[in-house]
Every structure is written in C-alpha cells, then in structure tokens.
Design a protein around this ligand. Structure first.
Ligand code: ADP
Ligand code: MG
Length: 275
C-alpha cells in the first residue's frame, strides 16, 4: 500500500488533489477486503480484552462472530468504530482508511454503521420521522433538517420500510412498537444512511422466536448489498444466517469456518458450545 493513499484524518488537506488515487469518501476494496484487522491488542489495566486479534471481512460478506461473554466481541466493534484505540495492531477500512487513527465521527461518515444492543429510536416520533431524521443526520451530506425530502430519499425510505417489515406502519409512534419492531426500525435507521459495512451487536437479544426468524430473513436480504458483521449469542439464530463463522475466545480467534465446522471443533466445544 502506498503511503500516499493513506488518510490519517489528522487535519491537513486530506481531500485536496495531488492525484490522490482514491475518492476520499468511498471505501477502496479493489485489491482486498473491506475490513482488515491484524494483530490487534487492547489492554484494560493489563488485561487483554483483545489479544493479537486478526480478522478480515470481504465486501458483501455476511460474517457471524460468536464467543462466550467477555470474549472481546464488543471491544472488537469498539476498535472498528474508533471508540477504542488498540495498543497495537492494524485496522483498515478498505485499503485507505486507517481505523486506528481516524476520529470516531469521521469513521461513522465513511460508511460504517453500528447498531448497539439496546434500541435507541426516538419514541415520540413516528416510524417515518425516525427514518427521515436518521437520513438527515447522515454526516456525509449537508445538514438539511428543514429541507424537503427528494424523490430519491422518499424512495429509499419506502424500500427500507419494506425491508424492515414496517410498511404500512410509517405513521405509528415508534414508542408503540414491539421490542422487535424497534430493533428493526433501528436497523432501518442505519440502512437509510447506506453504510458499506454494518455492525450488529446481539440484534435478536430479547426477541420472540417469530421476531428472531424475521430478523434472520432481514439480514439475509441485506447480504451482498452491504458487508455485515453480526455478533450474537443465540446459536439457533446464528445457524439460520451462518455463512462463515468466527469464534472469539479470550480476545483472539479460536476457530473460523462454516457452522458445522466450528461446531465440530474440539476447542470450540470445550470453551463454548459444550458448556
Ligand atoms: P463480549 O462483548 O465478547 O462479551 P467485551 O468486548 O465486552 O466482551 O469485553 C471483553 C473483556 O474486556 C471483558 O472481560 C470486559 O470486562 C473487559 N472490558 C471491556 N471494556 C472494558 C473497559 N472499558 N474497561 C475495563 N475492562 C473492559
Ligand atoms: Mg458484548
């Protein structure tokens, strides 16, 4: 990788000319994965929450990350989003965006969308307004809270409503939705910002079986158009969406492969599945 293509986000004329080989605002995956983590270590008072973690995600890939409590799953997402700085290691979004140096707000603008476990929708606004607000606070575009939606934006909201199974519920107050519907609405609030990479931390926690099954369908629908990393404990759910699965344990990758492969792995059975 040439140094010229690396944007450190530390001020300076990052977007200014000089034959820059990449579009500053688009992730460049022409020669590799969309997410590249190598040898990442994060220590909290000497305790290694991540211990030389290496993991790559291809563009359009759907990856499940499982592992016992405390394995480092959320910390991994914190590193990807710039919330936590690793003590050592490399983290790149595409080939040019150094996630260990860019500010958290800038990383969000690059097209990495994260959904935390607890839904954080605006309860007193309607479903439609929630999507509209999410779209208009998209930091990649000028602040346009008072502007009317363009036909393209309306179309995107309409498509998103369909994807998140809230078509026909756009005028409902978000506070009146079920827990599962709020989770979907929050996924919709990510989708209207058209992220390249979506990080979902325990998306089916607290959902009914029917809601969990719908969420699996929803995530499978997003596959290909987005790269998705799903962190989840619920093994039935993971089985429904699993392609390649990564098992984390004590801050490192314990095993990686198809669901049947990791389920048959002796070390995985020992530390996780066999409990
Ligand atoms: P997971 O999401 O897999 O359950 P986490 O990434 O939340 O695991 O946590 C990994 C380990 O790091 C845990 O032992 C946790 O207690 C510890 N940890 C996480 N964040 C902090 C922090 N800010 N300060 C101290 N320890 C932390
Ligand atoms: Mg966690």
């Amino acid at each position: 990788m040439s140094e010229a293509g690396v944007i450190h986000g530390l001020g300076g004329p990052a977007g200014a000319g000089y034959g820059r080989p990449v579009d500053r605002d688009r992730v460049d995956t022409s020669h590799g994965p969309i997410l590249y983590l190598d040898d990442i270590t994060v220590s909290f008072d000497g305790f290694k929450a991540l211990n030389r973690l290496s993991l790559t995600i291809d563009r359009g890939e759907l990856r499940c990350v499982i592992g016992p409590n405390g394995a480092g799953k959320t910390t991994m997402m914190d590193v990807i989003t710039g919330k936590t700085r690793p003590d050592a290691g490399t983290a790149f979004f595409g080939q040019t965006f150094d996630l260990t140096r860019l500010p958290e707000t800038e990383i969000a603008c690059l097209g990495i969308g994260r959904k935390f476990q607890k839904p954080t929708v605006f309860e007193n606004h309607t479903v439609f307004e929630n999507l509209e607000l999410a779209m208009k606070t998209d930091k990649r575009v000028r602040p346009t809270l008072l502007a009317r939606l363009s036909p393209e934006q309306r179309d995107l909201i309409a498509r998103t409503l369909k994807t998140i199974r809230l078509e026909g519920s756009e005028d409902r107050r978000a506070g009146s939705l079920s827990h599962g519907q709020k989770q979907w609405l929050e996924i919709g609030m990510l989708l209207v910002q058209e992220p390249e990479l979506i990080l979902l931390d325990e998306p089916v926690a607290g959902m009914t079986d029917a809601e969990t099954a719908h969420t699996a369908e929803l995530i499978l629908q997003l596959e290909g158009a987005h790269s998705i990393v799903v962190v989840e404990h619920d093994m039935d759910f993971v089985s429904q969406i699993a392609r390649k699965v990564t098992v984390l344990h004590e801050g490192s990758v314990l095993a990686e492969g198809s669901m049947p492969q990791v389920q048959a792995n002796e070390r995985v059975i020992e530390v996780y599945l066999g409990r």
